[in-house]
Design a binder for this molecule. Structure first.
Ligand SMILES: Nc1ncnc2c1ncn2[C@@H]1O[C@H](COP(=O)(O)OP(=O)(O)OP(=O)(O)O)[C@@H](O)[C@H]1O
Length: 463
């Protein structure tokens, strides 16, 4: 659909973009990415014909772009560029009507009823219908952007070229616009070439991306290219971390500012307060912990400050949320676990661990039947995700061993909750170099705290 061969071009004799080879298929959503000044707009203008080519070729639907007449081009290609200034006082409706111009026939170019239908429909789907009679110049930046999209879509193009189309748009309209484009791509086979600044948006919507660096492509590929953290760091000169999106198989990037989070170090005992009653145990940490858990509230990988065992609020997330509200604990910063046993028997134990400390909380519902066993572990140190998972495995192994030894005939309950957390304070030991000691330390500590907890509820050793 769009083919670019050995392209070079710019504003003077020295090319700004060079060695550009690209092929975009019909019905593809292609995103052009790159830092400021890398040449995105220059390449865009070469493709739209706003800048002359120094060398190489551009083909649109098989025909060299230089050979297409203005009208031929306008029937196939719609352009939404960054320059949104209009010199004349047009109303919104008049601007959108301009999109029909390439399709109008006859000397007087009168709008047909079909043209009017298209214009109305495009104003409707871009949510600018209510400004129909308003002067374009009186609109906000985001509203203008939507009107220009309506004009571009009214052209009913085969190819849509967009230079930062979500510029000025708020989150709702960004997603609305991109959802709309995606729908047209999928239902009408629209080919989209868009300059995007937001890498996460590009990851969610584009089929393929090109990374432009100092005027040439560093890489062209699918969105998994965005998982290459080192490459992104080289291009954008910022620390990025690629993580999985929770619902779609696309990477999402987390940027780490130079002044990133550095929690203040303190002995573990000074990091939190405990409130105990017959109805609840609440551990309140002064700084957020990085946590991994299967708790009913606070599940997955999170940053949390409140850890609560709530009496007999076992079965529903809703009742746990209500419980947190009763105690004035913000649920978005809390892990909450329903507990159907005696809260006085819950063991909270601090131990030395590697060159740091470990807090273990063991809550056992019952010794003589299958009751849940909940464990909460906090390491006073920095835990990467791998360490959180290692901690999870070690604690699970310890729990299985403790159950076999102290709880006759027990199997693990589906209600068991395990939470592993790190204070993320800089530690002298590195998990990567001490993985075995880390796992053994957790296993021993959890086993011994569980032993104490079983004793409290009156369980006896199996042998
Ligand atoms: N009209 C111009 N005349 C001469 N040089 C220009 C002109 N416009 C841009 N340039 C130069 O071309 C280079 C690439 O600019 P371009 O606008 O293509 O970058 P970009 O990747 O689109 O940047 P941004 O993300 O900031 O929009 C820059 O060094 C810029 O200074």
């Amino acid at each position: 659909m769009i083919k670019v061969e050995r392209l070079a071009g710019g504003y003077g004799k020295k090319p700004i973009v060079h060695d550009i080879d690209l092929e975009i298929e019909k019905g593809e959503f292609f995103a052009l990415l790159g830092p400021n000044g890398s040449g995105k707009t220059t390449l865009f203008k070469l493709i739209t014909g706003q800048l002359p080519i120094l060398s190489g070729d551009i083909f649109i639907t098989g025909k060299a772009v230089s050979k297409l007449t203005k009208l031929e081009k306008a029937k196939k290609v719609a352009v939404l560029s960054q320059e949104v200034q209009m010199t004349f006082d047009y109303t919104v409706e008049e601007i959108v009507s301009l999109g029909r111009y390439p399709h109008q026939k006859g000397m007087f170019k009168i709008l047909t009823s079909y043209d009017r239908e298209v214009i109305d429909s495009m104003m409707k789907i871009t949510n600018v219908e209510r400004y129909r009679k308003t002067n374009f110049r009186l609109l906000s930046g985001g509203e203008k952007q939507r009107v220009l999209l309506a004009k571009a879509l009214a052209q009913e193009p085969e190819i849509l070229l967009l230079d930062e189309p979500t510029n000025h748009l708020d989150i709702k309209h960004t997603f609305h616009m991109l959802d709309l484009l995606k729908e047209w791509q999928q239902t009408k086979g629209l080919t989209i070439f868009a300059i995007l600044h937001d890498l996460n948006v590009a990851s969610l919507y584009a089929d393929r991306i090109a990374l432009l660096h100092e005027g040439s492509f560093l890489e062209v590929g699918d969105v998994n290219t965005l998982r290459k953290e080192r490459q992104l760091k080289k291009v954008y000169e910022v620390e990025v971390r690629a993580q999985a999106h929770p619902f779609v198989p696309k990477p999402q990037l987390h940027l780490t500012p130079t002044h990133s989070y550095e929690p203040e170090g303190a002995p573990l005992a000074e990091c939190f307060q405990v409130e105990r009653s017959e109805e609840a145990i609440h551990l309140h940490f002064h700084q957020p912990l990085r946590t991994l858990s299967n708790a009913t509230v606070g599940e997955g990988v999170q940053w949390l400050q409140h850890f609560c065992l709530l009496k007999e609020r076992v079965h529903s997330r809703q009742s746990l949320l209500e419980g947190l509200e009763e105690y004035g604990i913000p649920p978005e910063q809390a892990a909450a676990i329903g507990f159907n046993g005696n809260l006085q028997h819950v063991v909270i134990s601090e131990r030395s661990f590697l060159d740091s400390e470990l807090l273990v909380v063991a809550a056992i519902e019952a010794a003589d039947h299958v009751g849940a066993i909940h464990l909460l572990l906090v390491v006073n140190g920095h835990l990467e995700d791998k360490a959180l998972f290692d901690g999870y495995m070690a604690a699970t192994e310890a729990k299985v061993k403790a159950c076999q030894r102290f709880q006759s005939g027990a199997v693990q309950s589906a209600k068991d909750v395990l939470l592993v957390a790190g204070t993320q304070v800089e530690s002298h030991w590195l998990h990567s170099e001490n993985a075995m000691a880390f796992r053994e330390g957790i296993e021993q500590a959890v086993f011994s705290v569980l032993e104490e907890a079983f004793e409290k509820i009156g369980g006896s050793a199996d042998d």
